[in-house]
Write a protein that binds this ligand. Structure first.
Ligand code: CA2
Length: 153
């Protein structure tokens, strides 16, 4: 029997390394490290480990997504600006056939029109939008429910 890995991939896209450093009015005061710690602790409470990647380079994110195909049971992703531009990121997510949770810290539906369309939206099974950094924890919990079923502890 093949057992699915109890590991998630956390992907944060371009410029999210600036979280907590710039623009706190839009994205809050918590850092990328705070996000990664929150995701790791939320996943650990359900017996999952996390591999975290943030990059300002699209190809680095795509390589990490490809590696997740055999190493992870699901992907939590905030694609940042690539949400609204990247067919190749969408294709990578689609190709690995893992459940995907899309997270946005801000409410992209209430911002400029160019942020209203997400290339990732219809390859994700979970969408957590505009709930701030705590939205990452919501996404992890809902994604693990999808992976394991809601009664798994
Ligand atoms: O709300 C989100 O999480 C976004 O994915 C953030 C992206 C934006 O392009 C999306 O439309 C919505 C921007 C990430 C840039 O992060 C920064 C963090 C601090 C300061 C400046 C940028």
């Amino acid at each position: 029997m093949v057992t699915a890995p109890r590991r998630l991939l956390l992907v944060n896209g371009p410029n999210l390394n600036l979280l907590g450093i710039r623009d706190p009015a839009m994205y809050g005061s918590q850092s990328l490290q705070d996000v990664e710690d929150l995701v790791a602790s939320t996943a650990a409470s359900r017996g999952f480990e996390v591999t975290a990647v943030q990059s300002n380079h699209e190809g680095v994110l795509i390589d990490a997504i490809h590696a997740a195909r055999t190493e992870c049971a699901g992907i939590v992703i905030n694609p940042a600006g690539l949400t609204h531009t990247s067919v190749v990121l969408r294709d990578a997510l689609s190709s690995v056939e893992l459940p995907v949770a899309e997270v946005h810290i801000s409410d992209i539906r209430a911002r400029e029109p160019f942020r209203h369309h997400s290339y990732v939206a219809d390859v994700a099974v979970i969408h957590v939008i505009g709930e701030g950094v705590p939205g990452y924890a919501v996404a992890v919990t809902r994604l693990i429910d999808v992976i394991t079923g809601p009664t798994d502890d």
